[in-house]
Design a protein around this ligand. Structure first.
Ligand code: NAD
Length: 288
C-alpha cells in the first residue's frame, strides 16, 4: 500500500454504519494495485446524522466518489446532484461518482445480480423469476432484472414493513418496464410452490438463511425444485445456506449464494470510478 500512496492518490470512500466488517476495501485496493491505478479506498463510519457533512467532503476533498451502505442508501438521495435512472426507480444509491463537483448516484446491486448470472453463462432475460423479498436487495434485483429483460416476475413478501415496498415494486415494473409483475403473499405456501414450479429462476432476497436465521429457509421441501431451475440466495454468510442445501438435495444444477453478486456490484462501481474493468477472477481468489 505505502508504495502506491503519493501526493496524487485519489480517494474513494465507503460511508456506512456499522462498516468495519466490509470486504469492499480489500476488494477495491487489491484491484487498484493489480492494475497500477493511483486510487485508495477507505471505509468511514457515517450515520444519518453525519451524512450531509460526509457527502459535502466528497466535493471539498475532490474525492472520485464513494460507496454508500446502510443506513444511508435512501437518505443520501437529496444530497446528490443527479441520479442514474435505475437508482431513481429503485429509490436507493450505493455508489456516488464525483465529476468536477457534480455528484451522481447509482445503484449497482441489481447489476451485480445480473452480471453474476452472466458470469455463469446463465441468461434469465425473456424468462420468469419468482423473487422473495422487497427490501433493498429485492428492489434492486427486481428493477434491474426487469430493465434487462426478465419477462415475468412473481414477487413474494410477508406482511411486514416491506409489504408496501413489494406493492410499489410490482406497480413500478408494470408501469415502467416490459416485465409483467404480480404480487404474492409469502404466507401462501401453495402459491409460492406453484409460482416456483412455473419459473426459470427462484431468488431469495430476504436474508432468511443469514444469522440469526442461519438454520431457516423459506422452502424446506426439495420436491418444490426442478433440476433445471436456477436457485439463487443473496446471502453469502454462511457460504452454503439452508435454501442451497434443499436445492442441492433436489439435484438442482445451478445453485448460487450472494458472493458473485457482491463481487460484481463492486466491479460495476469500480468501472464507474475508474473506467476500467475490475480483474474479478484475481479478486475472487483473494476474497474467497
Ligand atoms: P432489507 O431489510 O432491506 O429487506 C429484507 C427483506 O426480507 C424484506 O422484504 C422483508 O420482508 C424480508 N424478510 C425479513 N425477514 C424475513 C423473514 N423472517 N421471513 C420472510 N421474509 C423476511 O434487507 P436487504 O438489504 O434487502 O438484504 C436482504 C438480504 O440480501 C440480506 O441477506 C443481505 O445480506 C443480502 N444482500 C446481498 C447482497 C450481495 O451483494 N450478495 C447485496 C445486498 C444485500
Amino acid at each position: 500500500m505505502t508504495e502506491r500512496i503519493d501526493g496524487h492518490t485519489i480517494l474513494i470512500g465507503l460511508m456506512a454504519y456499522p462498516i468495519r466488517h466490509s470486504m469492499s476495501p480489500t476488494m477495491h485496493n487489491n484491484a487498484f494495485a493489480k492494475l497500477g491505478l493511483n486510487y485508495a479506498y477507505l471505509a468511514f463510519e457515517v450515520t444519518n446524522e453525519t451524512l450531509p457533512a460526509a457527502i459535502q467532503s466528497i466535493r471539498t476533498l475532490d474525492m472520485r466518489g464513494s460507496n454508500i451502505s446502510m443506513p444511508n442508501k435512501q437518505k443520501v438521495i437529496p444530497l446528490l446532484d443527479k441520479l442514474d435512472p435505475a437508482a431513481k426507480m429503485i429509490g436507493a444509491v450505493n455508489t456516488i461518482v464525483n465529476d468536477d463537483g457534480i455528484l451522481t448516484g447509482y445503484t449497482t446491486d441489481g447489476i451485480g445480480f445480473m452480471k453474476s448470472l452472466d458470469d455463469e453463462g446463465l441468461d434469465i432475460r425473456g424468462h420468469k423469476m419468482t423473487l422473495a423479498g422487497a427490501g433493498g436487495a429485492g428492489t434492486a434485483i427486481a428493477v434491474q432484472a426487469a430493465l434487462d429483460g426478465v419477462s415475468e416476475m412473481s414477487i413474494f413478501n410477508r406482511h411486514d414493513a416491506s409489504w408496501e415496498n413489494a406493492k410499489r415494486n410490482v406497480d413500478l415494473l408494470n408501469e415502467k418496464t416490459n416485465c409483467k409483475a404480480t404480487l404474492h403473499e409469502l404466507e401462501n405456501r401453495d402459491d409460492l410452490k406453484a409460482e416456483i414450479a412455473d419459473s426459470f429462476i427462484y431468488t431469495d432476497a430476504t436474508g432468511v438463511g443469514m444469522k440469526p436465521l442461519e438454520n431457516e429457509t423459506l422452502v424446506t421441501d426439495p420436491s418444490w425444485f426442478r433440476k433445471d431451475l436456477i436457485v439463487f440466495d443473496t446471502v453469502y454468510a454462511p457460504r452454503t445456506t439452508k435454501l442451497m442445501q434443499v436445492a442441492e438435495q433436489a439435484g438442482v444444477a445451478h445453485v448460487f449464494n450472494g458472493l458473485g453478486m457482491m463481487l460484481e456490484q463492486g466491479a460495476a462501481a469500480f468501472k464507474l470510478w475508474t473506467g476500467k474493468e475490475m480483474p474479478v477472477d484475481y479478486i475472487r481468489n483473494i476474497l474467497f
